[in-house]
Design a protein around this ligand. Structure first.
Ligand code: CJB
Length: 843
């Protein structure tokens, strides 16, 4: 029976339950309270780390009140909910974001100052939550922020890795070294262990079909592991809505295996607990690549099984028949990583809920939605059939059954087209056979989307072409990515945010949630006083970055220069190599200039940051570790040119180690120009391009991904485009293979740069040969085809920067037209056109 509520005096409960007071004196009281009790520390010797923890716990109290209230409303009103399944959530720091979303930053700053601390120092104590590699994981974080801010009933589900993305160190020779990221060492105030929310997840064992006229089977034996929930509060901006990100931790089902213990095998018993804990111990640092590792597959199943069990339990509390599942639940698959959720839901519906196959498939295909994030062939997930059969025998049966029924329906539509059946099969023939996860995700989903217009078109015309022909075009769509303007403008660039509020004469609470209002800045591009303020803020952001580099690396940066930034994962397709070769070209050009010519040159500071896949993983790939050599080249070019008295005032170069969300927050607002220079057709969207432009940095890029849509919004006259277009890429690659032209003929400028590197101008003459040879021969990413137009585009940037008034106008116009790229717009597209969910206000 239902418990009576409240148990005691309603009045006493109500009085005790009112929202927390948020005047400054209540804030200091709460802070000191946490110092005394939660932290058990003396106020007299409290350091910055302790102060951070106390502030975080105090802010958390506010979040928890809202979070509880939100959960209660969701339970009471039982709206349709969406769940975002992502193996990566690249959250960054939380305290500043939470304070801003709650509208309490000024008061807390005031409070901690009265207690002898500075807010800035306190915020700086927090470690990034870096449970992601790059764009895909950061997108998930932006979408959670937007879901809560738009009051949508959306939860995230992921894994609580003990170690997030590795810390990057750069050796004196310029090699990347990786160290573990022990982000949980200082305790994490932003998570709530839910030791009572736990599910058993099975691996291995055997699956026996019942053959009783139903499709049922029994899966038994093997290993069972426990999934325990940790909840992370996700506050919306200026709303009570505070959603949940549920992260699973693996642990052994028992402290140790009693059977082994009884048999006198103590070591074996302990080992079993070790292997359970291993599942969530580390984030795989491979981006845009798959490796077929058993532990990675275990992570994927562990996470999807626990999440689905949790979602189904919550659905069952509503008391509706299972056939209504898709009326209450939408599940978004962030890339193919959670695709096992499709056979897992089939297994539950058939084996546990005793549904007929057709009903189960109907439920599944109305529940899931799949987002593709790349068309690079090496990034498309495939799992060996023998591995799946071993680890998940029942799921392999189900995948075979799905495939058979699917191919039969293809055969009915295209009779006798055997090639087509081979192309579309979920199972790729070979040794071993492999399951094509993108195909399984597509046929198991209600809708499939790419992440920018060009990319979505490529998905439809290349990797999923046959599926479009079979299932119809309307299933395949586009949702252009977005970024949250809370973190990527208000938080990282507070001065610009304040200027915008003053200028628009509207509180940021309004424009941060209706970002297209930025358009009202357009007329101010003509206002000289406004331009001066705008430029002064950019200048102070450069000084803030220079200060950061001074403090962390001991390097002095020339802030009277154009700041040119490329920050992202190192990858051949992103072409950091093109950028560094361009820098060398600039250096060689400067070396040949007369003093008079040099006078006309505007100084430039070039920044790189980004992590490369660790060597251990990359060594297994067919191609050599190019991105690691690129880092080494950047570091060594920097060493030479930063020390060259002929040029160092006009050109300097920095590789900032250990790129992170927090470092991006300092770099982005300081940039004049940023580079997004992937080979056309390879960058699905890009999202940092949006962040730079939102902060008034101009874009130098190829006609690729979301660069195209940014140019459509801000106007082509405000971006610097170069390079070949997507339709030319295949032809150029064909030419490289069948009609190669020596690089000296094709692109003498590039040949000269390569020869200088080979000749040892930056030391290590032979170290770079493998990297340079990939350009001299093959040149899959078309550096030799795009180099000349790249250099021309850089020259146009220089030219444009000389007219500073015009440049600042461009900068203002760019920010003004970035409204489309708010992740609020993107998440509302998912909510309305895909998930069919509605906002629900928590009052
Ligand atoms: N992306 O970060 C990743 N990792 C992958 O394995 C595949 C794609 C990126 O996803 C971002 C979010 O959609 C895109 O903006 C970016 O272009 C893509 O590379």
């Amino acid at each position: 029976g239902k418990e009576k509520w409240p148990r005691g005096e309603e009045k006493v409960w109500k009085e005790a339950m009112r929202d927390l007071d948020t005047d400054v004196s209540s804030i200091t009281k709460s802070f000191v309270n946490h110092v005394q009790t939660s932290l058990a520390r003396q106020p007299y010797n409290l350091d910055n780390l302790g102060a951070y923890q106390a502030a975080a716990l105090s802010v958390r109290d506010n979040l928890l009140v809202n979070w509880n209230e939100t959960s209660l409303q969701y339970t009471r009103k039982a709206p349709k909910r969406a769940y975002y399944l992502s193996l990566e959530f690249l959250m960054g720091r939380t305290l500043d974001n939470a304070l801003l979303n709650l509208g309490l930053k000024d008061k807390y700053a005031d409070g901690v100052e009265q207690l002898g601390f500075s807010m800035e120092d306190i915020l700086d104590q927090e470690r990034d939550a870096a449970l992601g590699n790059g764009g895909l994981g950061r997108l998930a974080a932006c979408y959670l922020d937007s879901s809560a801010s738009q009051e949508l009933p959306v939860w995230g589900y992921g894994l609580r890795y003990k170690y997030g993305i590795f810390q990057q160190l750069i050796s004196p020779e310029g090699n990347q070294l990786e160290a573990p990221d022990p982000w949980l060492d200082n305790q994490n105030p932003w998570e709530l262990p839910r030791l009572d929310v736990a599910y058993q997840v099975r691996f291995y064992g055997h699956a026996d079909r019942l053959n009783d006229g139903t499709p049922r089977a029994v899966w038994a034996g093997g290993q069972e592991v426990l999934a325990v929930a940790y909840d992370v509060m996700i506050p919306g901006c200026y709303t009570k809505t505070t959603n949940n990100l549920r992260l699973w931790e693996s642990k052994p089902k028992r402290g140790f295996d009693l059977n082994s213990f009884n048999a006198g095998n103590y070591e074996g018993a302990v080992e079993s607990s070790n292997s359970a804990a291993a599942i969530t111990s580390v984030l795989y640092p491979n981006d845009h690549t798959t490796f077929g590792k058993e532990l990675r597959l275990k992570q994927q199943y562990f996470w999807t099984a626990a999440s689905l069990a949790d979602i189904i339990r919550r659905f069952k509390n509503i008391g509706k028949p299972i056939t209504e599942f898709p009326d209450y639940v939408a599940i978004q698959l962030n890339d193919t990583h959670p695709t096992l959720a499709i056979p897992e839901l089939m297994r539950i519906l058939i084996d546990e809920e005793d549904q007929p196959w057709a009903t189960a498939w109907q439920i599944v295909t109305n529940t899931f939605f799949y987002t593709n994030h790349t068309v690079l062939p090496e990034a498309l997930e495939k799992w060996p059939v023998p591995l799946l059969e071993h680890l998940l025998p029942r799921h392999m049966q189900i995948i075979y059954d799905i495939n058979l029924l699917f191919l039969q329906s293809v055969e009915r539509k295209f009779p006798g087209d055997r090639d087509r059946l081979g192309r579309m099969s979920l199972i790729e023939e070979g040794f071993p056979k492999q399951v094509r996860m993108a195909f399984l995700a597509s046929i198991g989903s209600r809708k499939v989307n790419g992440v920018a217009e060009l990319h979505s078109d490529l998905v439809k015309t290349t990797i999923l072409k046959d599926f479009v022909e079979f299932e119809g075009i309307s299933k395949f769509g586009n949702v252009t990515n977005g970024i949250t303007p809370r973190r990527w403008l208000d938080q990282c660039n507070p001065e610009l945010s304040a200027l915008i509020s003053r200028t628009l004469k509207v509180d940021k609470a309004v424009w941060l949630k209706e970002l297209t209002r930025l358009e009202q800045l357009l007329p101010f591009a003509e206002d000289a006083a406004f331009r001066a303020e705008w430029a002064a803020i950019k200048q102070r952001n450069k000084e803030r970055l220079a200060h950061h580099v001074q403090v962390t690396l001991g390097l002095t940066i020339n802030t009277n220069a154009m700041f040119d930034v490329q920050i992202k994962r190192l990858h051949e397709y992103k072409r950091q190599t093109l950028n560094i070769l361009g820098v060398i070209h600039r250096y060689l050009t400067l070396k040949n200039m007369s003093a008079a010519e040099k006078k006309k040159v505007n100084p430039r500071v070039v920044f790189f940051a980004g992590k490369a896949a660790p060597a251990y993983y990359i060594a297994k790939l067919p191609s050599p570790p190019n991105h690691r050599q690129t880092i080494r080249l950047i570091v060594n070019v920097a060493r030479v040119i930063n020390a060259d008295p002929d040029t160092k005032d006009l050109l300097s170069l920095y590789f900032l180690p250990d790129y992170s969300v927090s470092l991006a927050e300092v770099l982005i607002p300081a940039s004049d120009i940023s580079q997004h220079i992937s080979t056309a057709g390879t960058e699905a969207s890009g999202t940092s391009n949006m962040k730079f432009c939102l902060n008034g940095g101009l874009l130098l890029g190829t006609v690729d991904g979301a660069n195209i849509e940014i140019a459509e919004e801000v106007g082509e006259s405000n971006v610097f485009f170069f390079g070949h277009l997507t339709p030319a890429v295949e032809d150029l690659r064909y030419q490289h293979t069948y009609h190669p032209v020596p690089i000296e003929e094709k692109c003498p400028a590039l040949a000269h740069v390569l020869n200088q590197v080979s000749a040892g101008l930056f030391g290590d003459a032979d170290v770079y040969e493998p990297l340079l040879n990939t350009i001299r021969q093959g040149d899959h990413y078309l550096l030799s085809d795009d180099f000349d137009s790249y250099i021309a585009a850089l020259a146009m940037v220089d030219e444009a920067y000389l007219d500073r008034t015009e440049w600042v106008k461009k900068s203002i116009r760019t920010t003004a037209k970035m409204g489309k790229f708010s992740s609020d717009r993107a998440i509302m597209e998912y909510a309305e056109s895909y998930w069919n969910i509605e906002p629900l206000s928590v009052v």
